[in-house]
Design a protein around this ligand. Sequence first.
Ligand code: ADP
Ligand code: ADP
Length: 227
Amino acid sequence: MASVTLQNLTKTYAGGQLRAVNDVSLEIEDGEFLVLVGPSGCGKSTALRMIAGLEEITDGAVWIGDEFVNDTHPKDRDIAMVFQSYALYPHMSVYDNIAFPLQIAKMPKEEVDKRVQEAARVLELEAYLKRRPGQLSGGQRQRVAMGRAIVRKPSVFLMDEPLSNLDAKLRVQMRAEIASIQHRLGVTTVYVTHDQVEAMTMGHRVALLKDGVLQQVDTPSNIYNKP
Ligand code: ADP
Ligand code: ADP
């Protein structure tokens, strides 16, 4: 596990005219579930992508644990990312979809197997390992995508609107599931959403972003009581 520290993090576009992320400083504690919330276009994805190393930082710094990672390649950061489009491989079994990042890393087969079984247990996917993604429900596919992220045992989990493609009923169910999985793994998590209900029900703390600027960071109950 590791904390994530954002120090005066800034991203500008259009030759500096648009400040998509504007001087954001925030420390996400070891094992914390932080929800980054705000309306579409407020800079959530851009901030998350800078943490992941997928977006160049204009100004400021990102630390993962005590490591300064501004110049660290995404693959060398101790993180895993889950997107709204799960990007599963349709021709591969659930097992192979989860195992994929470990196979790429040329991990020994026995260790791969151990980790896939462990992830399947945590995510309650043991009965589905031989199926293909097309034979799963939306919620199960989402869990496979999470499985692929957790097999690497990252210190930090980044999620960008992972539930936005699911129907309302499943979204409610998956909110609870993701919160429970995060709790079991104790992995430091940054979760991006525009959905205020997700923010208020899932996170230990909520960080409210508006026009690239951090407005408020507090527990859901404190935000609810003094908005
Ligand atoms: P959110 O995730 O909160 O919807 P984004 O981080 O995607 O917001 O976008 C923040 C702002 O930056 C928006 O105004 C968006 O249009 C702009 N933006 C994002 N990516 C680019 C880009 N590659 N080039 C120019 N502007 C961008
Ligand atoms: P999200 O669902 O994360 O908000 P978007 O549809 O805003 O995704 O953005 C998808 C991609 O387009 C991202 O790579 C983002 O950087 C880029 N993008 C977003 N806004 C702009 C923009 N105004 N100009 C150029 N690229 C953009």
